[in-house]
Design a protein. Structure first.
Length: 88
C-alpha cells in the first residue's frame, strides 16, 4: 500500500480511532497492518498528528451508528477496542 501523507485537518463526522502513537512510524506500521488484515477499511484509514500524538483513525462516518458498526467489525476481527470520536 502506498504511503499516505498525514492529514492536516480531518473531515467532520464520526471517526473510529484504532490507535495512538508517539512516533509517526509506529502509526504508519499499524495502519499497514490494519489495511492488510481489513481491506474493507483501508480506504478510510488516516493518521492525524495532534500535539505530538499520531492517531490512526478510520472515517469519516456520517453517523455515530455507522461508526459503531465499523468499530464492532474491527473488534470482532482483530480483538481491538476502538474508540469513536466526533470531529467538527
Amino acid at each position: 500500500m502506498p504511503s499516505v501523507p498525514e492529514s492536516a485537518a480531518p473531515a467532520a463526522g464520526f471517526w473510529v480511532q484504532l490507535g495512538a502513537f508517539s512516533r509517526s512510524d509506529g502509526a504508519d506500521s499499524f495502519r499497514q497492518k490494519i489495511a492488510d488484515e481489513l481491506s474493507w477499511l483501508s480506504p478510510r484509514l488516516a493518521i492525524f498528528a495532534e500535539n505530538g500524538v499520531h492517531r490512526l483513525q478510520a472515517g469519516p462516518y456520517a453517523s455515530r451508528q455507522q461508526a459503531s458498526e465499523a468499530a464492532q467489525r474491527v473488534r470482532e476481527a482483530l480483538q481491538l477496542v476502538p474508540v469513536i470520536v466526533e470531529r467538527h
